[in-house]
Design a protein around this ligand. Sequence first.
Ligand code: FE2
Length: 246
Amino acid sequence: MDVGIKNCVDLHCHLLPGVDDGCQALEESLECLRQWRRSGYVGSVCTPHMGVDVFPDNVPANVAEWTAELQAAIDEAGIDYYLWPGGELRLGEDITAWMREWGVPTIGPSRWVLVDYFGRRWPDFCDRGIDYLLDRGYDVLLAHPERLGLAERDWQATMEILAARGVRFQGNLNSIAGGEGAVAQDRAVRWLHEDRYYVLASDTHGLDSVPGRQAGLKAAIHQVGAEHIAELVSTRPREIVGAASP
Ligand SMILES: [Fe+2]
Protein backbone atom coordinates (compact mmCIF):
# COMPACT_ATOMS: atom_id res chain seq x y z
CA MET A 1 0.00 0.00 0.00
CA ASP A 2 1.71 3.17 -1.23
CA VAL A 3 0.59 6.27 0.66
CA GLY A 4 2.86 8.64 -1.21
CA ILE A 5 5.35 9.36 1.59
CA LYS A 6 8.92 8.32 0.82
CA ASN A 7 11.99 7.42 2.86
CA CYS A 8 10.14 6.55 6.05
CA VAL A 9 11.98 5.02 9.01
CA ASP A 10 10.08 2.99 11.58
CA LEU A 11 11.41 3.71 15.07
CA HIS A 12 9.46 1.01 16.89
CA CYS A 13 8.86 -2.57 15.75
CA HIS A 14 9.24 -6.15 16.89
CA LEU A 15 10.80 -7.51 13.70
CA LEU A 16 13.62 -9.60 15.16
CA PRO A 17 12.47 -13.21 14.80
CA GLY A 18 11.80 -15.29 17.90
CA VAL A 19 13.01 -12.89 20.60
CA ASP A 20 9.71 -11.56 21.97
CA ASP A 21 5.99 -11.48 21.12
CA GLY A 22 6.70 -10.06 17.64
CA CYS A 23 7.83 -11.95 14.53
CA GLN A 24 8.50 -15.60 15.26
CA ALA A 25 10.41 -16.76 12.17
CA LEU A 26 12.86 -15.21 9.72
CA GLU A 27 10.45 -15.50 6.78
CA GLU A 28 7.82 -13.60 8.75
CA SER A 29 10.32 -10.81 9.50
CA LEU A 30 11.27 -10.56 5.82
CA GLU A 31 7.65 -10.47 4.68
CA CYS A 32 6.82 -7.73 7.21
CA LEU A 33 9.58 -5.47 6.00
CA ARG A 34 8.75 -6.18 2.35
CA GLN A 35 5.27 -4.87 3.13
CA TRP A 36 6.59 -1.77 4.88
CA ARG A 37 8.92 -1.18 1.99
CA ARG A 38 5.89 -1.06 -0.33
CA SER A 39 4.45 1.63 1.97
CA GLY A 40 7.48 3.89 1.59
CA TYR A 41 9.69 2.65 4.42
CA VAL A 42 13.41 2.29 3.87
CA GLY A 43 14.40 1.04 7.31
CA SER A 44 13.37 0.06 10.83
CA VAL A 45 14.80 0.21 14.30
CA CYS A 46 14.50 -3.22 15.92
CA THR A 47 13.02 -2.56 19.35
CA PRO A 48 12.26 -5.83 21.14
CA HIS A 49 10.88 -5.65 24.68
CA MET A 50 13.62 -5.04 27.22
CA GLY A 51 13.65 -4.96 30.99
CA VAL A 52 10.75 -7.44 31.00
CA ASP A 53 11.20 -10.63 33.04
CA VAL A 54 9.88 -12.97 30.34
CA PHE A 55 12.55 -11.85 27.83
CA PRO A 56 15.75 -11.80 29.92
CA ASP A 57 18.08 -12.23 26.93
CA ASN A 58 16.91 -8.97 25.31
CA VAL A 59 19.85 -6.77 26.28
CA PRO A 60 21.63 -4.21 24.06
CA ALA A 61 24.62 -6.41 23.13
CA ASN A 62 22.41 -9.32 22.03
CA VAL A 63 20.01 -7.09 20.11
CA ALA A 64 22.93 -5.54 18.22
CA GLU A 65 24.08 -9.02 17.22
CA TRP A 66 20.59 -10.23 16.22
CA THR A 67 19.98 -7.05 14.23
CA ALA A 68 23.20 -7.63 12.28
CA GLU A 69 22.09 -11.21 11.60
CA LEU A 70 18.68 -10.09 10.30
CA GLN A 71 20.38 -7.40 8.20
CA ALA A 72 22.60 -10.08 6.65
CA ALA A 73 19.50 -12.14 5.80
CA ILE A 74 17.83 -9.05 4.27
CA ASP A 75 20.89 -8.35 2.15
CA GLU A 76 21.06 -11.98 1.07
CA ALA A 77 17.38 -11.91 0.07
CA GLY A 78 18.18 -8.88 -2.12
CA ILE A 79 15.83 -6.52 -0.24
CA ASP A 80 16.90 -2.90 -0.08
CA TYR A 81 16.15 -2.19 3.58
CA TYR A 82 18.18 -0.99 6.53
CA LEU A 83 17.99 -1.93 10.20
CA TRP A 84 19.25 -0.27 13.35
CA PRO A 85 19.35 -1.90 16.79
CA GLY A 86 17.29 -0.47 19.62
CA GLY A 87 14.93 -1.62 22.33
CA GLU A 88 11.59 -0.87 23.94
CA LEU A 89 12.65 -0.43 27.52
CA ARG A 90 9.96 -1.13 30.10
CA LEU A 91 9.94 1.36 32.95
CA GLY A 92 9.91 -1.09 35.85
CA GLU A 93 10.88 -0.92 39.49
CA ASP A 94 14.41 -2.19 38.82
CA ILE A 95 15.01 -0.25 35.63
CA THR A 96 17.96 1.84 36.80
CA ALA A 97 19.74 -1.28 38.12
CA TRP A 98 18.98 -2.99 34.79
CA MET A 99 20.55 -0.12 32.82
CA ARG A 100 23.61 -0.12 35.08
CA GLU A 101 24.07 -3.82 34.42
CA TRP A 102 23.24 -4.06 30.71
CA GLY A 103 23.68 -0.54 29.38
CA VAL A 104 21.27 1.93 27.79
CA PRO A 105 19.51 0.67 24.65
CA THR A 106 19.69 3.67 22.35
CA ILE A 107 17.87 4.00 19.02
CA GLY A 108 20.70 3.12 16.64
CA PRO A 109 23.71 5.43 17.06
CA SER A 110 21.58 8.22 18.59
CA ARG A 111 21.14 9.41 22.18
CA TRP A 112 17.43 8.62 22.00
CA VAL A 113 15.87 5.88 24.15
CA LEU A 114 12.43 4.36 23.57
CA VAL A 115 10.65 3.54 26.83
CA ASP A 116 7.21 2.16 27.56
CA TYR A 117 4.91 1.56 30.48
CA PHE A 118 1.45 0.11 31.00
CA GLY A 119 -0.62 0.76 34.07
CA ARG A 120 -3.55 2.56 35.63
CA ARG A 121 -1.32 4.97 37.48
CA TRP A 122 2.10 6.51 36.85
CA PRO A 123 4.42 5.24 39.62
CA ASP A 124 7.49 7.04 40.98
CA PHE A 125 9.83 4.44 39.50
CA CYS A 126 8.81 5.57 36.00
CA ASP A 127 10.01 9.07 36.84
CA ARG A 128 13.20 7.67 38.38
CA GLY A 129 13.97 5.71 35.19
CA ILE A 130 13.32 8.78 33.03
CA ASP A 131 15.45 10.98 35.33
CA TYR A 132 18.30 8.47 35.11
CA LEU A 133 18.28 8.92 31.32
CA LEU A 134 17.71 12.69 31.20
CA ASP A 135 20.44 13.28 33.80
CA ARG A 136 22.89 11.43 31.54
CA GLY A 137 22.01 13.45 28.47
CA TYR A 138 19.71 10.98 26.72
CA ASP A 139 16.52 12.00 24.93
CA VAL A 140 13.52 10.03 26.11
CA LEU A 141 10.82 8.90 23.68
CA LEU A 142 7.74 7.46 25.39
CA ALA A 143 6.12 4.76 23.26
CA HIS A 144 2.36 4.91 22.61
CA PRO A 145 1.34 7.18 25.52
CA GLU A 146 -2.24 7.01 24.21
CA ARG A 147 -2.42 3.37 25.35
CA LEU A 148 -1.65 4.10 29.01
CA GLY A 149 -4.41 2.92 31.36
CA LEU A 150 -4.58 6.16 33.37
CA ALA A 151 -7.97 7.82 33.76
CA GLU A 152 -8.34 10.79 31.45
CA ARG A 153 -7.65 13.69 33.79
CA ASP A 154 -4.72 11.89 35.42
CA TRP A 155 -3.40 10.96 31.96
CA GLN A 156 -3.53 14.53 30.73
CA ALA A 157 -1.80 15.89 33.84
CA THR A 158 0.91 13.21 33.68
CA MET A 159 1.57 13.85 29.98
CA GLU A 160 1.84 17.62 30.64
CA ILE A 161 4.43 17.01 33.35
CA LEU A 162 6.42 14.62 31.14
CA ALA A 163 6.33 17.03 28.21
CA ALA A 164 7.54 19.87 30.46
CA ARG A 165 10.48 17.69 31.51
CA GLY A 166 11.45 17.23 27.87
CA VAL A 167 10.03 13.76 27.21
CA ARG A 168 8.85 13.31 23.61
CA PHE A 169 6.04 11.08 22.48
CA GLN A 170 5.80 8.30 19.88
CA GLY A 171 2.25 7.53 18.74
CA ASN A 172 1.25 4.12 17.41
CA LEU A 173 -0.23 3.93 13.92
CA ASN A 174 -2.53 1.17 15.13
CA SER A 175 -4.06 3.48 17.73
CA ILE A 176 -5.02 6.01 15.05
CA ALA A 177 -6.80 3.28 13.09
CA GLY A 178 -8.76 2.28 16.20
CA GLY A 179 -6.95 -1.03 16.72
CA GLU A 180 -6.13 -0.23 20.35
CA GLY A 181 -9.66 0.73 21.37
CA ALA A 182 -11.73 3.89 21.49
CA VAL A 183 -9.85 5.67 24.29
CA ALA A 184 -6.48 5.25 22.57
CA GLN A 185 -7.97 6.31 19.23
CA ASP A 186 -9.60 9.44 20.68
CA ARG A 187 -6.37 10.46 22.35
CA ALA A 188 -4.24 9.68 19.29
CA VAL A 189 -6.44 11.58 16.85
CA ARG A 190 -6.67 14.55 19.22
CA TRP A 191 -2.91 14.59 19.67
CA LEU A 192 -2.33 14.45 15.94
CA HIS A 193 -4.44 17.57 15.50
CA GLU A 194 -2.74 19.25 18.47
CA ASP A 195 0.68 18.29 17.07
CA ARG A 196 1.72 16.63 20.34
CA TYR A 197 3.51 13.62 18.81
CA TYR A 198 7.16 13.91 17.96
CA VAL A 199 7.03 10.79 15.78
CA LEU A 200 4.68 7.98 14.77
CA ALA A 201 5.76 4.33 14.52
CA SER A 202 4.25 0.99 13.61
CA ASP A 203 5.02 -1.15 16.70
CA THR A 204 4.64 -4.09 14.27
CA HIS A 205 4.20 -7.38 16.12
CA GLY A 206 4.35 -9.90 13.26
CA LEU A 207 2.69 -10.25 9.88
CA ASP A 208 -0.90 -10.27 11.18
CA SER A 209 -0.36 -6.89 12.77
CA VAL A 210 0.81 -5.09 9.60
CA PRO A 211 -2.55 -4.32 7.89
CA GLY A 212 -3.92 -2.49 10.98
CA ARG A 213 -0.75 -0.42 11.19
CA GLN A 214 -0.87 0.44 7.50
CA ALA A 215 -4.52 1.41 7.85
CA GLY A 216 -3.35 3.70 10.67
CA LEU A 217 -0.86 5.40 8.39
CA LYS A 218 -3.62 6.08 5.90
CA ALA A 219 -5.97 7.27 8.65
CA ALA A 220 -3.28 9.60 10.01
CA ILE A 221 -2.84 11.20 6.59
CA HIS A 222 -6.60 11.53 6.30
CA GLN A 223 -6.67 13.36 9.66
CA VAL A 224 -3.90 15.92 9.26
CA GLY A 225 -2.50 15.59 5.74
CA ALA A 226 0.53 13.96 4.15
CA GLU A 227 2.90 16.83 4.78
CA HIS A 228 2.44 16.71 8.56
CA ILE A 229 2.63 12.90 8.65
CA ALA A 230 5.79 12.88 6.51
CA GLU A 231 7.42 14.90 9.30
CA LEU A 232 6.42 12.25 11.87
CA VAL A 233 7.27 9.08 9.93
CA SER A 234 10.10 10.23 7.70
CA THR A 235 11.86 13.54 8.49
CA ARG A 236 12.17 13.24 12.28
CA PRO A 237 12.82 9.48 12.46
CA ARG A 238 15.57 9.95 9.86
CA GLU A 239 17.07 12.74 11.94
CA ILE A 240 17.04 10.51 15.00
CA VAL A 241 18.85 7.59 13.38
CA GLY A 242 21.10 9.93 11.41
CA ALA A 243 20.07 8.53 8.05
CA ALA A 244 21.65 10.29 5.09
CA SER A 245 19.31 12.54 3.13
CA PRO A 246 17.60 10.87 0.16
FE1 FE2 B 1 6.45 -2.28 21.08
